[in-house]
Design a protein around this ligand. Structure first.
Ligand SMILES: Nc1nc2c(ncn2[C@@H]2O[C@H](COP(=O)(O)OP(=O)(O)OP(=O)(O)O)[C@@H](O)[C@H]2O)c(=O)[nH]1
Ligand SMILES: [Mg+2]
Length: 288
């Protein structure tokens, strides 16, 4: 039996993408928000087309969910690509000021050009763009210092585009998450599912949990010291994955902890990874 591939492109996202394209004409700065646990898989291939000649600010959110060593690896890699990543924790409001400053700097340049042409200054207009559930709305609430837009633990919370005035200098557009219409790379799709960045109706929990175990096994075998907590699965569940295939591990864990209930075990594994119970774990390392 072949498992169907993971695809998720609900109607509201298709609509969001159309609305977003329309609004982009008014935008000066694109805050490209990615999930720090999977910085490559949460890069939308059309981003550069949308950014055009606007300023792009690269935000890697959920920095609290990766280790400092992983962050450092990504900083070096992005710098080698000529990019400056801004790491944020939008839940607790860390790294926010630097993002505001980057957006404001673009505003200063904008208003210089306007004043050269005899035009009145105006606030710089930025959009928070990114995959579903990466923390765009949480980031906007933090930029503003109070809760104005809805942010919750589900993909697809923001349904409408909404402009918010952050200050006299900045206006920000909260946009619904966008995602490629076709997820052609299933390895990436699995990571999106693991990180809760796509709707749960689109995948099978057990298959995604097996993919998580596989990734953790690989990371344990190959990652350098400090990139993830030592033996996260063994530490949490008292069952070492080393002597199992990922699929056998899920079943063994189900037998050991949940009377053979594999679905329940899969859900628990995913849920605990997403809540950070397994520790701070970056699932993607820079390509070498
Ligand atoms: N641990 C952690 N959680 C975060 C962070 N940023 C956001 N969250 C949580 O992630 C969940 C999703 O955040 P949202 O702000 O709704 O994400 P969004 O990108 O606006 O999602 P959509 O509108 O569905 O596209 C919420 O439960 C937030 O509290 C972060 O930096 N760290
Ligand atoms: Mg949102």
């Amino acid at each position: 039996m072949t498992t169907p591939s993971i695809q998720w492109y609900p109607g509201h996202i298709a609509k969001a993408e159309r609305d977003l394209k329309e609004q982009l004409k008014r935008v000066d700065v694109v805050l490209e928000v990615r999930d720090a646990r999977i910085p490559l898989s949460t890069h939308h291939p059309q981003t550069s087309q949308w950014v055009g000649n606007k300023t792009r600010v690269l935000v890697l959110n959920r920095v609290d969910m990766i280790t400092p060593a992983a962050r450092q690896l990504w900083v070096s890699w992005f710098r080698d690509q000529g990019e400056t990543p801004y790491f944020t924790n939008a839940q607790q409001g860390k790294g926010i000021r630097e993002v505001t400053q980057a957006a404001q700097a673009a505003g200063v340049a904008l208003n210089q050009r306007r004043s050269d042409r005899g035009m009145q200054p105006r606030p710089v207009r930025a959009v928070a763009m990114g995959f579903p559930n990466v923390g765009k709305s949480a980031l906007i609430n933090r930029l503003l210092g109070r809760r104005v837009v809805e942010s919750a633990r589900r993909a697809g919370v923001t349904r409408q585009l909404r402009w918010v005035r952050i200050s006299d200098e900045i206006e920000l557009l909260d946009a619904p998450g966008v995602i490629p219409a076709k997820l052609s790379n299933q390895q990436k799709a699995l990571k999106l599912a693991i990180c809760d960045d796509i709707g749960e109706a689109s995948y099978d929990n057990q298959r995604v949990a097996v993919a998580l175990v596989e990734l953790l096994k690989d990371l344990e075998d190959t990652a350098e010291y400090g990139l993830l907590p030592p033996s996260p699965l063994k530490t949490r569940y008292e069952l070492d994955p080393a002597s199992f295939t990922a699929e056998d591990y899920l079943h063994a864990l189900a037998d050991y902890r949940h009377q053979g209930d594999v679905e329940r075990t899969a859900r628990q594994l995913l849920n605990e990874f997403r809540k950070g119970v397994l520790g701070a774990i970056c699932l993607e390392l820079p390509p070498t």
